[in-house]
Write a protein that binds this ligand. Sequence first.
Ligand code: ZN
Ligand code: ZN
Length: 342
Amino acid sequence: MNGYRRATMPAFSARAPNLLLSRRMACLALGQLAIGCTAKPVDRPTTTREPSALLAQQHAALGRIVDIPARIRPAFQLDGFDPPPPPRSGDWRSTHNEMGESFEEYVHTFPQVPTMERSALALRVMGDLSIKPEIIREYLEIFYSLPVILLPRSDDQSWAAMSKVDKNGQRQVFASDALDRLQPTVPENAFACVGLTEDLLLGNKALEQVYAVNEPERRVGVMTFAGSVPLPPRGSDVSSDVEMLRRYLKSASHEIGHTFGFAHCVYFACNMAGAASPDEADRRPAHVCPICLRKLYWATRANLVGRYQKLASFYTRYGMATEAAWVTTRSHQLVAPAQATL
Ligand SMILES: [Zn+2]
Ligand SMILES: [Zn+2]
């Protein structure tokens, strides 16, 4: 058993106000200022950490894994994962001074996670979506190893009424309005209900554009693909375009990671790394690193071997060969030591 298992931790415990604020506005800002974040983005040299220093940080962030069952411990070995790529000018890491979040730090935020009574994640499309939502639903169900419910699409007229169109023709909506719209429809068995949209999301006060906002205390969140995916023309269906499909799935899995309370990853090339543009998002892999995987495992108790095998099947079915090969290799690395101990 994992010593950090949340059995004694209430899923929706009260938090310190500053922590609540940072959780509420957990994700990325598209604009100049990260709403709700305590640190204003700063320009700083794009430095790369020394390999030995990075390795020490990775080990510290992962923590001791002796409490994890031996048969799945190889899933958390650090070798075989790429370091973070050197940030380019304008990248997220070059403009946001993020220090990273260890596994232990994550646990001690008392994050929003599924419970026995509220074991599912609910999704609702709000506005246009250029990919079949069922594909996203299935992917997230496998990625996070929990039931994912696709609720009926938000009513077009009411969505249009709460949004406005900017001078570029891009529809935008206040995130708080979207959350208010979601709240009455949160299923009783859902630990969170997240709206998916391609419209711009605005923070409350200064019209900052944000990628996602989560309010754990209300079990609602909303995320946009605008900013991390080069959006196709309105009304498109890019579900059969592998490159576009990859972008949507990577973006959805990243933002739902924030719903679980995962902070941005600074330790590896990882799906939970921040991205300030579609180009930078493209450079993120679909998989999560061992540290973020440990958070995922703690939050969901995923069957890690089965997860990789199902992901391999999913990726193969949708033509994502690179991702299929990666998870297949990982599943083999997990299965082999497990068999050796039998
Ligand atoms: Zn993010
Ligand atoms: Zn990571």
